[in-house]
Write a protein that binds this ligand. Sequence first.
Ligand code: PEP
Length: 251
Amino acid sequence: MRKNIVAGNWKMNQNFAEAEDLIAEIADKLDKKKLNCEVIICPPSLYLEMASDYGDESILSIAAQNVSSFNNGAYTGEISASMLNAMEIEYCIVGHSERRKYFGEKDEILAEKVDRLLDNNMKPIFCIGEQLTDRENTNHFEVVKNQLSKGLFHLNNNEFLNVVVAYEPVWAIGTGMVATPQQAQEMHSFIRGLIAEKYDTQTANETTILYGGSCNAKNASILFANKDVDGGLIGGASLNADDFVKIVTAS
Ligand code: PEP
């Protein structure tokens, strides 16, 4: 069956010393607990090498926050999937709403990023989610369906099995306005249904679908208790070791 995952997306936060202390504290606290989930840390790219030392100890897996849609060449400022793979980085976030909004990343580019990662034996954590206005106009299922199919449904069945999906309603990200457990379950079950329709029930049942958006130490257990919520992608609360470990143990 599918695995549960809790992933901490640090975004563009922490200086190097703070990042080292935070990952060391998380690894240390987790060491003493029995884990029911895979724990992934997504630090800024500059800290991936340092973080990958903790990946070696198999308490934590490491994800990049971004990857180039190109293989290699004259693309100033970019980092390729093969470079990440050479550093033994296992996962990479793709399609985060901040990349879509601030960096204009469209579905086609995101699909290419997914391909680059899979070509290089890495696993995409693919984010989808509606804006508040989409939900107010009851258009949220359509938006999520579009993002899922345009970003991922060109993959064959075997390829798709390497993808983690993260449902992140944009109105919940960093706002304190968390989705209700019912809203999360409803959308996760809808997403799983779309995967079953496109591939098959087994593939759908094996796909990890994370919830993201103002998930914290207080609300994690009620969100994760839903049968189609397989853990979380955590932003703000992943910057505090105690809070993050509480979220991990809620899974
Ligand atoms: C995110 O950015 O992926 C996220 C879920 O952020 P937050 O937990 O801060 O809402």
